[in-house]
Design a protein. Structure first.
Length: 664
């Protein structure tokens, strides 16, 4: 640990492995001014991923954050993943990011959501031990080669002349901390979450804070505004925390975790916790009494009176009562950790005065005697219109300045982590003057997230969903490595050799497995005899391949290994490989067609749409009325622009593309 010009606590990660870059001297002082390749401001979910990614890419990186002991803090729910969000985590992991691995070391209840639907939309999710996640994340960050961590609040940016070859008003060249000290950098990433002019709200009380107990970021917000960035205001909230021993779980519905738990990371075959040691969750519901307390006390609730937009898909109990009156809303009681005495009541985010929160909780089944340990609260904060950044997450206004995370109007740890990894990679590539690393909509959920933000912007906290993704049958959680790991290794240098080799092994094993599956053919009659439980219909026609048989729900690699052990047994030795072969078989034909369509759309993304096309009346093209209206109102110039209009389906785009090409 070093101390420098009183600018806070310096925690040099793996000091022995690093050369601290004190080389540059500031103009007005004899003291050396530190100079890093990349400086990341903020140690939340975006900042940690950004800093680690930049360092993995070979950049000497500094992570500047208010407090080292809040690195990896989960501000709200003690859980990671879910539908769409789990996909983002797999993609972050495919680029060797941190959150998936840390979740495999810190979860207490793993469950794959959406199991009844196809694996393309399965949502990996886990309840996380808050304390353990923080500990593991801090250990990881403080031991990352080339990464230094420093405590301090950044107040301002140092700017210089722009590079002539790049557009932009000016270039960022460093940061100024609250004590006036400076750090120079070739790229700077801002990941300040809800802290820009953050205000915490409980009842009618409002005070400046980034989140409860943390100072807000005022100076930086003013700097950004002065630079000309368009700033908006959003709000979010968190539920109260309840003492575990005060809840009557015996009368509530219990949700048991998966056995065995499914790891988030491609490089883990198991998670840290034994299946039987996982903790259960419980479900209860709100009732008309809760509605009554909320509605009678709206005048005591500043957060609700605010017209600022809150998260549509994770709304407060007040929003739910106002929007859907007389309904019972689910409340999940989730453990905060293995040895934690706290329960997080998911679905009960609230900003009523604390005493009314207690009253409301006591009306809920199972919580009649519940003890509230910390009240719920809301936070209102500045965000920057994400249309001011490019797909590499570099800002248009200031060269070499990148934004990632909630500052861009998103909500959620996973959305923040996904942007963080991309900003970290690109900030580093920018330093070495390499082309940006951009993930397209056809390559990943990360691509959809960033494309939506940078082209459409957002006026409410943006959350990832599978329904936002056009090519979701191809962009599955199981195959994120084949989509991103190779690119990450070759183009960005952010992927370790070990992970790269694992991805290569998986790729060749899958290719080999599929070719072996295709090569084994029997008549349908024989297959039915060999695997009677499979719903194979017997026909006299062509022989049927093992790959086609594997498409049947009742058949897996284990069943095939019993039939032809010499050929198939080896594919059952690795659980992930066996599962992926089954998924590949199930999606084989549909993905083949979708890939053709992806190629078609990619090839013609810039195809101009006729200016006089009357979408409402054109015939000979299959478009739903909803799609017609959307095209009519948006009047996109190109096929690419049309494909980005929310609600315009991939199938509609392909139909429109073919129609325009035939009529030109
Ligand atoms: P954060 O995790 O907020 O991290 C920001 C970091 O920047 C902090 O470490 C902070 O100390 C640091 N920092 C800020 N300014 C400076 C500065 N000037 N100098 C140095 N360091 C600085 N998400 C959901 O999905 N669902 C929810 O219901 C939900 N509710 C939430 C409720 C609350 C009250 C809060 C605060 C957040 C909630 N979130 C929710 C959002 C989720 O926590 C964030 O989306 C996620 O943490 C964003 O990650 P981030 O890295 O962008 O920012």
């Amino acid at each position: 640990m070093l101390s420098l010009r009183g600018c806070g606590r310096w925690v040099a990660a793996s000091l022995a492995k690093q050369h601290l870059p004190w080389a540059q001297f500031s103009a007005d002082s004899a003291a050396p001014t530190p100079h890093f390749d990349v400086v990341v401001i903020g140690g939340g979910h975006a900042g940690t991923e950004a800093a680690a990614a930049a360092a993995r890419c070979g950049s000497r990186t500094l992570l500047l954050t208010h407090r080292v002991d809040t690195i990896g803090q989960m501000s709200c729910n003690p859980s990671f993943g879910g539908i769409g969000k789990g996909h983002l985590m797999r993609e972050v992991d495919a680029l060797d990011g941190l959150c998936s691995r840390i979740c495999d070391q810190s979860g207490v209840h793993y469950k794959v959501l959406n199991r009844r639907k196809g694996p393309a939309v399965w949502g990996l999710r886990a309840q996380i031990d808050r304390k353990l996640y923080k500990q593991n994340m801090q250990k990881e960050i403080l031991n990352t080669p080339l990464l230094t961590v420093q405590e301090g609040a950044v107040e301002d940016l140092i700017l210089s002349e722009p590079e002539p070859e790049h557009p932009g008003k000016c270039r960022v060249s460093g940061v100024v901390l609250v004590d006036g000290s400076t750090v120079y950098a070739d790229s700077v990433i801002l990941t300040t979450g809800t802290f820009l002019r953050g205000t915490v709200v409980i009842g009618l009380e409002m005070h400046p804070a980034g989140r409860l107990g943390d100072q807000p970021s005022i100076g930086l917000a003013q700097t950004l505004e002065k630079l000309g960035f368009a700033v908006g205001r959003l709000k979010t909230g968190t539920p109260p925390r309840i003492a575990k021993e005060s809840i009557n779980f015996s009368i509530l519905n219990k949700q048991t975790p998966d056995d065995p738990p499914k790891p988030f990371s491609f490089i883990n075959e198991t998670v840290w916790i034994k299946p039987e040691d996982q903790l259960p969750c419980y479900m209860t519901h709100t009732n008309p009494k809760v509605d009554e307390i909320v509605l009678e006390n709206l005048h005591l609730n500043s957060h609700v009176k605010e017209t600022t937009r809150g998260p549509r898909y994770c709304p407060s109990i007040e929003s739910k009562v106002l929007r859907f009156p007389n309904r019972l809303h689910q409340v999940w009681l989730e453990p905060e950790g293995l040895d934690s005495d706290l329960i997080y009541p998911q679905g009960l985010s609230v900003t009523l005065p604390a005493e009314l929160q207690e009253k409301m909780i006591a009306c809920i089944r199972g919580l009649e005697k519940a003890k509230m340990i910390q009240p719920g609260y809301g936070v209102q904060y500045d965000y920057l219109d994400p249309r001011q950044i490019s797909p590499s997450l570099e800002t248009h206004l200031v060269q070499r300045l990148f934004f990632a995370g909630q500052i861009n109007g998103t909500t959620g740890y996973e959305e923040a982590a996904a942007q963080g990894v991309i900003a970290g990679i690109n900030a580093s590539l920018r330093v070495s003057r390499k082309p940006p690393f951009v993930v397209s909509r056809t390559e990943g959920y990360i691509g959809v997230l960033i494309d939506d933000l940078t082209t459409l912007g957002t006026s409410e906290p943006y959350r990832m969903f599978t329904s936002r993704v056009e090519f979701r049958l191809s962009l599955r959680p199981d195959n994120a490595d084949s989509r991103l790991t190779f690119r990450g290794y070759e183009e960005a240098g952010c992927v370790s050799q070990q992970r790269y080799e694992r991805a290569c092994w998986m790729k060749s094993s899958l290719e080999e497995g599929i070719s072996v599956l295709k090569s084994i053919e029997f008549s349908s009659y024989k297959w039915k005899q060999l695997i009677p439980e499979a719903s194979i219909s017997i026909t006299k026609s062509h022989p049927v391949s093992a790959l086609d048989v594997l498409k049947h729900e009742e058949v897996d690699m284990e069943s095939l290994a019993k039939v032809v052990p010499d050929l198939f047994k080896k594919y059952t030795q690795c659980r992930e490989l066996a599962e992926r072969l089954k998924i590949e078989a199930a999606y084989e034909s549909v993905v083949f067609h979708q890939l053709q369509e992806i190629k078609e759309v990619q090839r013609d993304e810039t195809l101009q749409l006729p200016k006089d096309l009357d979408y409402l009346t054109i015939k000979d093209v299959s478009l739903s009325q909803e799609v017609r209206e959307k095209l009519h109102f948006s009047r996109p110039q190109t096929i690419g622009a049309a494909s980005r209009i929310p609600g315009v389906t991939p199938a509609a785009i392909v139909n429109l593309l073919r129609f325009v090409k035939t009529t030109q």
